[in-house]
Design a protein around this ligand. Structure first.
Ligand SMILES: Nc1ncnc2c1ncn2[C@@H]1O[C@H](COP(=O)(O)OP(=O)(O)OP(=O)(O)O)[C@@H](O)[C@H]1O
Length: 235
């Protein structure tokens, strides 16, 4: 079993700490979900683990850093490349030939086969997000960081893409930021909630992910998470 990637410390933006010192450990080979209010620093934690610059000062360390694939909130597609070329971008940037069979299979499984020759400008928001997902699934990395990866998808497509990601990324250490407690309850082996008060680990269902949409344990987990997420909200 590979050592767990861990981010420990705190982040200051303009001198103000976003949250008290935390220690977030990814479950090796499993899915970890991270929820929390907008602006609390979830994407910043992903960028720290990816070794990318952040908008503030990090006081702490990242332990057991490993090669990552990052799917950022913004699909970040190159506008002059087709969906297929964008999906294969990682290999091209490394000067490698993309695995053509794998590329076509992933384009097919992300529902992009009929759109693979189109430029991002003529794709819908959900199609663009699926190109970014396809690009991430093409990468063969031990750690995969997903920032709200299914947020732009309709309910049916979202569930299909969740199942696809769970299958393709089996055995990877995945950290997924999401605002959707149902998504966390369906996909995660471990769930954390980050707030201005710190990081807490939340209970997960006792079944293995990906869970059925109607799984009673996932429903109960979703309800409990929602209650935790709106604690202190008036009304
Ligand atoms: N490049 C930057 N320069 C300055 N401040 C930044 C920069 N990037 C992020 N921030 C600030 O850092 C804080 C945390 O941002 P971050 O994107 O990590 O939040 P988040 O929890 O992912 O939010 P959301 O759920 O809305 O995506 C926010 O207050 C944001 O304004």
């Amino acid at each position: 079993m590979t050592a767990a990637v861990t981010v420990a410390g705190q982040v200051r933006i303009d001198g103000r700490a976003l949250f008290p010192p935390i220690r977030l450990q990814l479950a090796p080979g499993l899915w970890t979900a991270l929820l929390g209010p907008s602006g609390v620093g979830k994407s910043t934690l992903l960028r720290l683990i990816a070794g990318l610059p952040i908008g503030g000062v990090f006081e702490g360390r990242v332990e057991n850093r490993q090669p990552v694939a990052l799917m950022a909130q913004d699909p970040g597609l190159l506008p002059w490349l087709t969906a297929r070329q964008n999906a294969a971008l990682g290999a091209r940037l490394r000067g490698e030939r993309p695995d053509a069979a794998r590329l076509e299979a992933i384009l097919h499984r992300t529902g992009l086969a009929d759109h693979a020759g189109k430029l991002p400008a003529v794709l819908s928001g959900g199609q663009r997000q699926r190109v970014a997902l396809a690009r991430t699934l093409m990468e063969d990395r031990p750690v995969v960081l997903l920032d709200e990866p299914f947020a732009a998808l309709d309910a049916r497509m979202r569930m299909a893409m969740q199942d696809l990601a769970a299958a393709v990324l089996a055995g990877r250490s995945v950290l997924m930021v999401t605002h959707d407690p149902a998504e966390a309850a369906r996909l995660a082996d471990r769930i954390f909630l980050l707030t201005e008060d710190g990081l807490t680990e939340e209970p997960v269902p006792d079944t293995s992910p990906p869970r059925r949409a109607a799984d009673p344990g996932a429903f109960a987990c979703q309800a409990a998470l929602l209650a935790r997420m709106i604690e202190g909200v008036p009304g």
